[in-house]
Design a protein around this ligand. Structure first.
Ligand code: PGA
Length: 261
C-alpha cells in the first residue's frame, strides 16, 4: 500500500508557543470542540494541542470533561525527573496530566535557549521514560540550505537523537521537519522540497530500522496555513503538520487538519 493509501495515519499538531492565557486557551478549546462535534475529522487523522505550561491543566480538564478528540501536548520539558532546577517542568509532571505528545528540540529552543544535540537526546530519553510520544524537531537554517547542507544538517540532528535506540523506542517517536527559515516567516517549503527532505529523513530512519521507519510519522512545519496544508499533506512522505501561528485560531487549525483527504 502506498504511504498515501486509505490506511494512512496523519497527525496535525498545534504549537501555541508563548501565546494564549489559560482563559483564552479554554475559549479556543471550546470552539475546537464545537467544530469537531459538528463534523468529525477524517478517519486516521489525529490532532494534538500544545499550550503553554500554565494552560495545560485547564486544557486537560476541558478536553477530558467533554471527551474532545484532541490529544494533549507540551512544548518542552526538563530531562531530569525532579530536583533543584528552578523554573523547570519534568516529563513525569506532564505525564500525570495525561500529556501524550511532547515537542523536543524545537528550533526556537535550540537557538534561543541553547539546547544542543546532547540536551535534545536527554529530553527524548525523559519523554520516552514516561511513556509519552516525543515530537523530535529537526531542520536547517537558510545559511545551511544555501550552502547545500540541508540534508547533512538534518541527518546529523537525527543521528544524534536517535542512534542506538531499539525498535520500540524508535516506533514511538514522531519526527517534525521544520526548516528554520520557514518558521514564522510566511515562507513555506514547496511541496517538492518538503517531500524531498521528508524522503531523506525516511532514508535516514531506514538505516536505523527498516521495518519501523515505514510506520514512523514525519510532520512538516513552517508557516503552514489552510492554503498550503493540502499540498503539503499530499506528499507521500509527509504524515502530518506541526502548526504554529495558524493553530492559535480554531477555524484555521481545524481547516488545516481536514486538508489531508
Ligand atoms: P509557524 O510555526 O507555523 O508559526 O511557522 C511552526 C513551528 O514553529 O512549529
Amino acid at each position: 500500500m502506498s504511504r498515501n493509501g486509505s490506511g494512512r495515519r496523519v497527525l496535525v499538531s498545534g504549537n501555541w508557543k508563548m501565546n494564549h492565557t489559560h482563559y483564552e486557551a479554554i475559549r479556543v478549546v471550546q470552539k475546537l470542540a464545537a467544530l469537531l462535534r459538528a463534523a468529525p475529522l477524517p478517519d486516521g487523522t489525529d490532532i494534538s494541542l500544545h499550550p503553554s505550561f500554565t494552560s495545560l491543566r485547564s486544557v486537560q480538564t476541558a478536553l477530558e470533561s467533554d471527551s474532545v478528540p484532541i490529544a494533549l501536548g507540551a512544548q518542552t520539558c526538563h530531562f531530569e525527573d525532579g530536583g533543584a532546577y528552578t523554573g523547570e517542568v519534568s516529563a513525569e509532571m506532564l505525564s500525570k496530566l495525561n500529556v501524550r505528545y511532547v515537542i523536543v528540540g524545537h528550533s526556537e529552543r535550540r537557538a534561543l535557549f541553547g539546547e544542543d544535540d546532547e540536551v535534545v537526546r536527554l529530553k527524548l530519553d525523559a519523554v520516552l521514560r514516561h511513556a509519552m510520544t516525543p515530537i523530535l524537531c529537526v531542520g536547517e537554517t537558510l545559511a545551511q540550505r544555501e550552502a547545500g547542507m540541508a540534508e547533512s544538517t538534518v541527518s546529523g540532528q537525527l543521528i544524534a537523537a536517535l542512534k542506538d535506540r531499539g525498535p520500540e523506542a524508535l516506533g514511538s517517536i514522531v519526527v517534525a521537519y521544520e526548516p528554520v527559515w520557514a518558521i514564522g516567516t510566511g515562507l513555506t517549503a514547496s511541496g517538492d522540497d518538503a517531500q524531498a527532505m521528508s524522503a531523506a529523513i525516511r532514508r535516514e530512519l531506514e538505516l536505523l530500522d527498516g521495518d519501523v521507519s515505514r510506520s514512523m510519522l514525519i510532520q512538516y512545519g513552517g508557516s503552514v496555513t489552510p492554503a498550503n496544508a493540502g499540498e503539503l499533506l499530499a506528499c507521500p512522505d509527509v504524515d502530518g503538520l506541526l502548526v504554529g501561528g495558524a493553530s492559535l485560531d480554531a477555524d484555521k487549525f481545524v481547516s488545516i487538519a481536514r486538508s489531508g483527504r
